[in-house]
Design a protein around this ligand. Structure first.
Ligand SMILES: NC(=O)C1=CN([C@@H]2O[C@H](COP(=O)(O)OP(=O)(O)OC[C@H]3O[C@@H](n4cnc5c(N)ncnc54)[C@H](OP(=O)(O)O)[C@@H]3O)[C@@H](O)[C@H]2O)C=CC1
Ligand SMILES: O=C1OC[C@@H](O)[C@H](O)[C@H]1O
Length: 382
């Protein structure tokens, strides 16, 4: 009996690991198809670390997208990236925006710079795939949404997780009524930073993080960096928030306004309370939805193409089922880029619209304020 159980466990583990490996290989080492004649021509503003996952690898995997230009503050950095990835043109941000061959731009700049450069891109007539969170605050998001709408351009907040089939499946389970009356939902977002781990084990002394990601004037702080995923997931699953009930934030150093940990409880329509958590040592990206009849627990809604599970347990604690939805095994990043292409070329609807981003940013502003910190200031005048 024990041998049979062990053999089953080994077989399941081997099956899961081979799936993880094949999906990672598909993402990290795609077989590039020939580019289509009407491929969407992208420029990139910034030689950012996230480029590789957010646009460069996904575009390699797609016939419908071509990267034609990259700009950076230091054009030597732009040239390095262009040479490495076979991008034909490089320069500064302005040269990318002035290039008539560029139809859309990907903006992976620091959060506080999103408004300024997305606004410049929309004024230049480009569609915009804007890294999350859309802006540093809701006023900026509203201004961008109005501008995109006035110019008839696509403005897309890059919450890639919403493009994986797991996202729709989580929402379907909640809306199906299977869980009964929904009461409380926990949504976490966070991976640990190296310095948080080193501090926790006593290998690094506590000192202020002076990196640009923690510079409040540039949209810095961990809630905008990572905690914002919990905001987007809660709104995707539960709809519109009614109000923030309570929120606490830890500051990196007291008085710095640079947050490193957040807990917030938010009342949503239907009397559902969502508890949003981001913690310095990492909370993972999980959802637990408690209903009167059953509970849904989801592990890793953030990068579900690598691994995830969705588990439903009955009110008595017994297991109902475990689901995994990998579709064709495409990464969220590829699925997101395909949705962007379909929005621009075919007018298809997509969930992470500018309107949706305004809702995310309003909730983020309210959580900062409820926690007694200032909402993130604008870097450029509105
Ligand atoms: N979707 C996802 O899974 C992820 C999304 N992100 C998002 O992507 C964006 C970029 O993150 P990441 O790649 O980690 O960031 P980086 O630290 O690589 O910085 C991004 C860019 O911002 C510009 N920049 C950096 N520091 C400064 C500064 N002090 N003043 C002015 N400009 C500066 C640089 O542009 P230049 O090259 O022109 O000098 C840099 O390339 C963020 O919005 C983040 O939230 C990040 C990680 C994962
Ligand atoms: O979006 C993100 O995901 C990965 C994190 O490391 C990064 O800080 C964040 O911006």
């Amino acid at each position: 009996m024990r041998v049979a159980a062990l053999a089953t466990a080994v077989a399941i583990a081997a099956y899961l690991l081979s799936g993880i490996a094949s999906r990672l290989i598909k993402f990290l080492s795609p077989t590039p198809p020939a580019k289509a004649a009407n491929a969407l021509r992208f420029g990139i503003l910034g030689a950012a670390k996230v480029n590789k996952f957010g646009i460069l690898l996904p575009s390699l995997a797609m016939a419908d997208v071509r990267i034609v230009a990259i700009g950076a503050r230091d054009t030597r950095r732009a040239k390095q990236v262009a040479d490495q990835w076979g991008i034909p043109k490089y320069g500064d941000y302005q040269s990318v925006l002035a290039d008539p061959d560029v139809e859309a731009v990907y903006i992976p700049l620091l959060n506080g710079l999103h408004y300024e450069w997305a606004s410049a891109a929309l004024h230049a007539g480009k569609h915009v795939l804007l890294e999350k969170p859309m802006t540093a605050n809701a006023a900026e998001a509203r201004a961008l949404a109005d501008l995109a709408s006035a110019r008839g351009l696509i403005l897309f907040e890059a919450y890639h997780w919403a493009y994986h089939p797991l996202a729709a499946r989580m929402r379907e389970v909640i809306r199906s009524g299977e869980l009964g009356d929904l009461t409380q939902v926990e949504v976490s977002a966070g991976i640990p930073s190296l310095s948080a781990v080193l501090q926790a084990i006593g290998l690094q002394s506590r000192r202020r993080d002076v990196s640009s990601k923690m510079d409040v004037s540039l949209g810095g702080g961990k809630f905008l960096g990572q905690g914002c995923y919990a905001v987007s997931a809660a709104r995707y699953l539960l709809g519109e928030p009614v109000r923030v009930l309570n929120a606490t934030m830890d500051e990196d150093i007291p008085g710095s306004q640079a947050d490193v940990g957040t807990r917030a409880s938010v009342l949503f329509t239907g009397n559902v309370v969502a508890h949003l958590v981001h913690a310095p040592l990492g909370t993972g990206f999980n959802v637990v939805a408690h209903g009167s009849k059953a509970t849904m627990s989801v592990c890793n809604y953030w990068t579900p193409f690598i691994y995830h599970h969705l588990r439903v347990t009955r009110a008595d604690g017994s297991l109902e089922r475990v689901e995994r939805v990998f579709g064709e095994g495409d990464s969220n990043f590829v699925l997101q880029l395909r949705a962007f292409f379909n929005a621009v070329r075919k007018g298809e609807k997509f969930p992470t619209t500018a309107h949706d981003a305004v809702g995310n940013m309003e909730l983020i502003d309210s959580i900062y304020e409820m926690a007694g910190l200032r909402k993130r200031p604008s870097h450029a005048p509105l």
